[in-house]
Design a protein around this ligand. Structure first.
Ligand SMILES: [Zn+2]
Length: 358
């Protein structure tokens, strides 16, 4: 089978690999669609970050580079390993792509397995990836989805779970007003979860295309251009002078962080969703004087069942966020190139590893 493998910075190759063996407790999945994520681009341009090097194996997977990429994927079960009796061949599934030590409690009550030592991701840290035609995954991380959800849209359930967890961290509830800084894929999907909960969503975004996407997809009530509109004043006007109840930082840009802090109401909550590769200059004075709560959020934890329910029930439509479909051979020249150089023209580009979806 064919798979896109990461060898190191600026070095991704399409390789011919043996099909994975479906061991006891595992599920064999034929990948339908896999999204390209900002994390994949960071590995390509600046990595290895989550990916192992050729010399240093990942502490849990034990694998070194090259590793198969792709962690946002959907597919169909083609085989089940010994002991798996609750998933049948033909079932549509998505994967929660964690690599976690065996002694960590990953049960349904756990709220912190994603923060356990050495945590890694399938599709970055080993154990195959969604940019290969087939993959074998431990049953724990495989989530069945209804046939009514198209498999292309299902590939966006993984990044939608990131938005779901971010919204959970914020404590936002129906009737609140949220300000989302940045309408890239994660900002848009976070907005989708907020809207589904009955929150009024204001998005601040430079790209006209992304603002338009936020409004067309119905995930934002207002999409502001911060070069033209005073975002803080606009949020005050919308909230009777009070300020936003919650804010989501999805850019890792200083001026966005400053705007969100200013636009929040006293005792508001700021959730930092983007992964900051540099230190920020944080406005501690505003934090103190408004008693603002600042919370981090990373990935998801037991978020997939509720996220899948939002999609299956039709409360969230993921179709508008798919802006491109390519085969494996177009991964770097077409997919990565668009997202690196013409990022504002795309939201989510999906890859069909077998080419059958195209
Ligand atoms: Zn991702």
């Amino acid at each position: 089978m064919r798979a896109a493998r990461y060898y190191g910075r600026n070095d991704i190759r399409i390789d011919d690999l043996p099909e994975p063996e479906v061991g006891p407790g595992q599920v064999g999945i034929e990948v339908a669609w896999c999204g390209i994520c900002g994390t994949d681009l960071h590995e390509y341009l600046e990595g290895p970050i989550f990916c192992p090097t050729p010399e240093t194996p990942h502490p849990i997977s034990g694998e070194t580079a090259p590793v198969t990429l792709g962690h946002e994927f959907s597919g169909t079960v083609y085989a089940v390993g010994e002991g798996v009796d609750d998933l049948e061949v033909g079932r549509h599934v998505v994967v929660e792509p964690y690599i976690i030590h065996d002694d960590v409690d990953t049960g349904p009550e756990s709220t912190d397995y994603h923060l356990s030592p050495d945590m890694g991701f399938i599709g970055l840290s080993g154990r195959g990836g969604g940019l290969g035609e087939k993959i074998a995954v431990q049953r724990r991380w495989v989530h069945p989805i209804a046939d009514s959800v198209p498999l292309d849209q299902a590939a966006l359930i993984e990044p939608l779970s990131v938005g779901y967890h971010a919204v959970q961290r914020s404590g936002a509830k129906a009737g609140d007003v949220a300000l989302v800084g940045g309408a890239g894929p994660i900002g848009l999907l976070t907005s989708a979860v907020l809207k589904a909960l009955g929150v009024t969503v204001v998005v601040s975004e430079l790209s006209p295309l992304r603002r338009q996407k936020a409004l067309e997809a119905g995930v934002a009530d207002h999409a502001l251009d911060p070069r033209e509109t005073d975002v803080v004043a606009a949020v005050r006007e919308l909230t009777g002078g009070r300020g936003a109840d919650v804010a989501f930082e999805c850019t890792s840009v200083q001026v966005v962080l400053d705007t969100l802090m200013e636009a929040l109401r006293p005792t508001g909550v700021l959730v930092v969703v983007s992964i900051w590769g540099h230190r920020s200059e944080f406005d501690m004075f505003t934090l103190v004087m408004k008693e603002i709560d600042v919370r981090g959020t990373i990935a998801y934890v037991n978020s997939h069942p509720a996220t899948i329910e939002l999609v299956e029930s039709g409360k969230i439509d993921l179709a508008p966020f798919i802006t491109g479909r390519i085969g494996l051979e177009g991964l770097v020249e077409e997919g990565f190139d668009t997202l690196i150089h013409r990022n504002e023209t795309a939201v989510k580009i999906l890859v069909s590893p077998s080419g059958r979806g195209l």
